[in-house]
Design a protein around this ligand. Structure first.
Ligand code: SF4
Length: 566
């Protein structure tokens, strides 16, 4: 397979099709690996909204295959939230469509004079006027472009246009490149949307092996995701609430007293349809309806961020907020954190405009203000780190490297404390999925023991997974694909790698993301202070000594691997 890169400069509307060097394909696989290498071409320490920042959409060697989980696409860019390494993945149908174009990477730089959208059709790229789309939300934009162009659409809404630093890119209404502000980078380029249209056949080196692999997945992995199939990701909330790690009232509590009102069973009542990605029988997406609201969600992360974190116990209000974020194009995790942070400031009487915890209407109004940078929304649109600096309040802004955390309180999941700080994109649950073995009891969640080994191994593995590019849920620790399976999967497309080789590749890709951050001056191992103070309900706390031990052990492991790779 020869992987191709479309280099597109929006400033002069020129595009070039290039071949990815064979040694890159071999040593970086594709997806995240190659895209991260390409990111080094942007000038050092430029502002993320500078025209020379790049947003790279990437797929890998297995995305054309009809398999559960093969539907992911990744995007890599310099993040306007962290000023460092930004990445975000999205499911749906765009990755498969892109595989049919024969182009695996789109590296977009420059800034258009007026709003534009891109069409990638097989090997051709066209830049078209989007003045008629500017100002429209993601749903409207996609509907118009689907009608006019066909194919699969990735678009931004008003939040991206207004450079809300946690703006996302939306696909098929309910699928997002959610984290790190990819939508704001598109907005800074006046790039409203990307349309992908492919018509080429997908090459499969070994069709029989593909058939066997799919059969193996359907028999061995998919059945283990039965809960997700029935309830969607909100099922996780039953565990996190029960175990006292469901972030509540802006990281003050680990259990939500009104949990039943927004729990997975309650949310199930609103499901009208399952939604899936290309080739996947898990169908973890759930379309929910309540009155005039119809939304694919809330996912667990939205349920926590716009629910318990804001102390909102009205499931319909959460769905409404979810819908607003999807339409406007905002990451729900960051948006919920920012709103809850403001509520905490309000509770302490440190801001003029009051929005109390639990005020669902106030939450919806804040989301609108953030999107349009209206009044206080203009400050909150900067993300929690910069907003707290601007407001000069005493409430601690909870973030790592500038990225707001997902729904796992590290005081009851020690592995997540380490994972938040070692994740190169900022506080993230998906770089290592350390929450899962900690929640499942595969590792002592209140002990620093073995957490460094776990986090490093999983980070390296997911660097490979994100280079394939494959869905996390099919690769969850202990129940999903592991190193051996990734090696078998690559054989189907004619790529031979031993497990040992894949481990070195994973380390190398992680190392590149770390070095990018180092180059940009973002390389801390810091954790918000709040995690060193007891949770108000359970008293769970992370001792600084335990945290430092995990970081030291982790650094030692990475140091050893970095040494070997020199
Ligand atoms: S598990 Fe869910 S997110 Fe992953 S590919 Fe299947 S439907 Fe998509």
């Amino acid at each position: 397979m020869t992987m191709k890169l479309a280099r597109i400069n929006l400033s002069d509307k020129k595009a070039k099709l290039l071949k990815i060097p064979t040694d890159w394909e071999k040593s970086l696989i594709g997806g995240k690996g190659v895209a991260t290498k390409l990111l080094f071409n942007i000038p050092t320490k430029i502002d993320p909204f500078h025209s020379e920042n790049a947003i790279i959409f990437a797929i890998g060697p297995v995305n054309g295959l009809r398999l559960p989980g093969s539907s992911r696409m990744t995007s890599v860019f310099k993040s306007p939230l962290t000023f460092g390494y930004g990445e975000s993945q999205c499911g749906g149908f765009a990755a498969h469509e892109m595989a049919k174009t024969g182009v695996h990477f789109m590296c977009i730089t420059g800034r258009a004079e007026r709003p534009v959208y891109l069409v990638l059709e097989d090997g051709d790229v066209e830049v078209k006027s989007a003045t008629h789309l500017w100002g429209k939300d993601c749903y409207e934009t996609e509907e118009i472009l689907k009608k006019d162009e066909g194919g699969e659409v990735l678009s931004i809404g008003p939040a991206g246009e207004n450079l809300v630093r946690f703006a996302c890119i939306t696909h098929r209404k309910g699928r997002q490149f959610g984290r790190c502000g990819a939508g704001a980078v598109m907005g800074s380029k006046r790039l409203k949307a990307v349309v992908i249209k492919g018509s080429k056949d997908i090459e499969v080196a070994d069709p029989e092996a593909l058939f066997e692999f799919r059969k193996w997945m359907l028999e061995n992995i998919v059945p283990k995701l039965e809960g997700m199939k029935n309830y969607g990701t909100p099922l996780i909330s039953a565990l996190t609430n029960e175990m006292g790690v469901l972030p509540t009232k802006y990281w003050q509590f680990g259990r939500f007293e009104n949990y039943e009102d927004i729990g997975y069973e309650k949310l199930r009542e609103y499901i009208v349809k399952d939604v899936t990605c290309y080739g996947c029988s898990v169908a973890c997406g759930k379309l929910r309806r309540a009155g005039d609201i119809e939304v694919e969600g809330p996912e667990y992360e939205t349920q926590f961020a716009l629910g318990s974190l804001c102390f909102v116990d009205d499931p319909v209000a959460i769905m409404r907020a979810n819908d607003l974020c999807d339409r406007y194009g905002m990451d729900t995790i960051s948006a919920g954190n920012v709103v809850a942070f403001y509520m905490a400031c309000s509770e302490r009487g440190e801001v003029e405009e009051k929005v109390k915890f639990g005020d669902a209407d106030g939450m919806l109004e804040l989301l609108r203000k953030i999107t349009f940078r209206d009044g206080i929304g203009n400050v909150l649109a900067e993300g929690v780190k910069m907003a707290s600096e601007k407001l000069g309040v005493s409430v601690e802004a909870v973030h790592c490297k500038g990225l707001e955390p997902p729904g796992y309180d590290a005081r009851g999941l020690f592995g997540m404390a380490l994972a938040y700080t070692t994740s190169q994109r900022g506080a993230c649950h998906m770089r290592s999925c350390a929450y899962r073995p900690n929640l499942a009891g595969d590792i002592d969640r209140f002990s620093p023991e073995m957490q460094a080994e776990l986090v490093k191994d999983r980070e390296d593995f997911y660097c490979v997974v994100d280079s394939l590019v494959f869905c996390r849920f099919l690769c969850l620790p202990a129940i999903g694909m592991d190193w051996e399976d990734a090696s078998r999967l690559l054989k189907i497309v004619g790529r031979e790698y031993s497990v040992e080789q894949l481990k070195v590749i994973g380390e190398n890709i992680w190392k590149m993301s770390y070095e990018f951050n180092k180059r940009e001056g973002v390389s801390d191992f810091e954790l918000p202070n709040i995690f060193f103070n007891p949770l108000k309900d359970s008293g769970y706390v992370l001792k600084r000594g335990d945290f430092e031990r995990m970081v030291e052990e982790y650094k030692k492991l990475r140091g050893i691997c970095l040494e070997l790779l020199k």
